[in-house]
Design a binder for this molecule. Structure first.
Ligand code: CMP
Length: 139
């Protein structure tokens, strides 16, 4: 099924100039980038986006990390985009991620794991709406 997913290139990967390499892997996997922008999250924005993790031991470090520099946010589209992009990213912890995946290639640890991707259709809807209006997404 052709579907959309939501992707973040996190501050560690933007700072290390890996945007182009990550876009190349995304496009090579058959996913189209149908919306994109760079932004520097405020603390309130990061807390809003990662609200489900509030109270977890890594939450403060995650918010600190996600606000330390600019990120790229994207909407990706393609066949089974949610699963294809999650497989492309690899395991959440870069040290556990399969060789060649985005997190193995560009992540350095936790929370600095280079990329985020939605984990369900419900998350896709919420996460896309958090960053994009409908007229910013190419149909
Ligand atoms: P992400 O896919 O964006 O979802 C939540 C993020 O929290 C995750 O990627 C990591 O960046 C971070 N994270 C998850 N678990 C841990 C952990 N145990 N320690 C530190 N950071 C974590």
């Amino acid at each position: 099924v052709r579907e959309r997913t939501f992707s973040i290139i996190k501050p560690d990967a933007v700072k290390q100039a890996h945007i182009g390499a990550i876009y190349h892997q995304i496009e090579s996997a058959g996913l189209r980038i149908v919306a994109a922008k760079m932004l520097h999250l405020s603390k309130a924005q990061a807390e809003g986006f990662y609200g489900e993790h509030e109270g977890k031991p890594f939450y403060d470090a995650l918010i600190e990390f996600m606000t330390q520099g600019p990120i790229m946010v994207q909407v990706l589209e393609g066949e089974n985009a949610i699963e294809v992009y999650r497989n492309l990213m690899g395991a959440t912890d870069p040290s556990q991620a399969e060789a060649g995946t985005l997190r193995a290639n560009y992540g350095s640890g936790m929370p600095a794991n280079a990329t985020h991707g939605s984990d369900s259709a419900e998350a896709v809807s919420r996460e896309i709406a958090f960053f994009f209006s409908d007229d910013e997404i190419i149909g």
